[in-house]
Design a protein around this ligand. Structure first.
Ligand code: EPZ
Length: 434
């Protein structure tokens, strides 16, 4: 299994180009099931997760072709017809978001059999809201032996769906099904993440009629068919925020380009509060920190536009060296502090009680061997390693490969001393999370 070795203490100087958003790309890929015409996605990240989904789509009847376009990596997806409406456990298990093929399969072919994704390291992560939304749209759903059997022989019909709490995946799933339903669907208490807006933009280009994406009420007027289109994936806000915190942790000056600073407004405000210099640009943001110790600040994770749970581990790493005590509250997932004991191996002083972590800043971290537990936790450990004295070796980096494109290359181009140590087994045998 590959590991990442970091020799801490190098300042970061330079520019990093941000890739397309993983969590948008995989939902957009699923949208290709809704039309018999080709969908061309540009600004595609090349990640383990997009490869997993490509494999699953291939089994369902999608021709998936990765190519280099004039503006970088792109993926062509073409599903002339659905050849199988079955998403097996071995593929859904590897990536939870594969579950989101259920809605499009049902909308296009009237039936589907999709494995339940199961729990994962950051929490139980049920899919009850997804299933309730599909039931409201008229699907008949049965659960047997770990599979969802869904049918809508006479097609889906529009409905009013009130989510009891905000779910990104359930909002996207309802959109992916409702676009081809008969009549109007209203989603209330919908998620407002930029990835929701991106999905709506792409679906609208495909001929869907969605208004309100990005607000908590989304209205969808169903249409009878969708067409192909070309769509550029939005920049990855989690990658942007992660490199912003890497620069703040290591010190130096890094400009993040081809991205949107408004997607991480909440994080940048918190970083400024902690004493980091932030310069916002049209195409990104510059992060500067020169020597001064940061101040401890409190954060609470919340649905967008609140502080993203996917940035919490990285922020905790940043706070380990701050002056004072930082209180970090995790409100989205019940078990998302697994990086804390690993950070403690580097010398961090963190205590956890329920969904609250108290991080008392220490003057220095010391390199050690640590183990990644999920995608964002693993990059939090890399960030800590950038500032720790001596060598930090992060194990199980297949987690990182799921969601960060060429992480070591991007950091080492800015002066980080980081390298991949090749191992002999792969992510596939190890598990899943996102
Ligand atoms: C998406 O997960 C992201 N994944 C996550 O990123 C992200 O952390 C999360 O949204 C929150 O922003 C993808 O987009 C692929 P939710 P999702 O439904 O859609 C509970 C990463 O590292 N819930 O908004 O699964 C759920 O357990 C990943 O890239 C139910 O109870 O998140 C959680 O506590 C990790 N029933 C809360 O809602 C349901 O039916 C919010 O989850 C659905 C969700």
């Amino acid at each position: 299994m590959d590991r990442i070795a970091i020799e801490g203490g190098a300042r970061l100087e330079g520019e990093i180009s941000i890739s397309g958003a993983k969590n948008s790309a995989i939902k957009l890929m699923a949208a290709s099931l809704l039309t018999s015409e080709p969908l061309r996605l540009t600004n595609m990240p090349r990640l383990a997760d997009t490869r997993f989904l490509g494999q699953l789509l291939g089994r369902l009847g999608t021709e998936v072709q990765e190519q280099d376009g004039p503006e970088g990596p792109e993926t062509l997806l073409h599903t002339p017809e659905i050849i199988s409406a079955i998403a097996p456990y071995d593929l859904v298990r590897q990536m939870r978001a594969s579950f989101n093929v259920l809605g499009p399969l049902l909308a296009r072919s009237g039936q589907a059999k999709v494995s339940l994704p199961g729990g994962c390291t950051i929490g139980a992560r049920p899919v009850d809201l997804h299933l309730e939304a599909l039931r409201a749209l008229g699907a008949e759903i049965d659960l047997h032996e770990g599979y969802v059997y869904a049918q809508a022989p006479r097609g889906l019909r529009g409905a009013e769906i009130v989510f009891p709490f905000v779910s990104v995946g359930a909002t996207e799933h309802a959109m992916l099904a409702a676009v081809l339903a008969e009549g109007e669907t209203i989603l209330r208490n919908a998620a407002c993440e930029p990835e929701i807006v991106d999905l709506a933009d792409c679906l609208n280009k495909m001929g869907a009629r969605i208004v309100g994406a990005g607000l908590d009420v989304i209205r969808i007027q169903g249409v009878s068919r969708l067409n192909g289109t070309s769509h550029a994936v939005i920049p990855d806000r989690i990658e942007t925020g992660t490199f912003a915190m890497a620069a703040a942790m290591a010190g130096g000056e890094v400009r993040l380009t081809r991205t949107r600073n408004d997607f991480i407004a909440n994080l940048l405000d918190k970083m400024e509060e902690a004493g980091v210099d932030v310069v916002r640009h049209n195409d990104g943001v510059t992060i500067k920190r020169n020597g001064r110790r940061l101040y401890a600040v409190a954060v609470e994770t919340d649905p967008y536009p609140g502080f993203a749970t996917d940035l919490q581990a990285q922020f905790m790493a940043l706070m380990t060296l701050a002056d004072g005590e930082s209180v970090i509250r995790e409100t989205i997932f019940e078990n998302r502090f697994m990086h804390a004991p690993e950070l403690a191996r580097l010398g961090a002083d963190i205590s956890i009680q329920g969904g609250e972590a108290r991080v008392r800043g220490v003057p220095a971290l010391n390199g050690a061997q640590v183990m990644a537990t999920d995608l964002r936790a693993s990059v939090g450990l890399v960030i800590a390693g950038l500032a720790a004295k001596g060598e930090t070796v992060v194990g199980r980096v297949y987690h990182l490969d799921r969601g960060f494109e060429r992480l070591e290359d991007k950091l080492s181009a800015c002066g980080a001393r980081i390298q991949r140590l090749k191992g002999d087994s792969t992510a596939e045998e190890a598990g899943f999370d996102a």
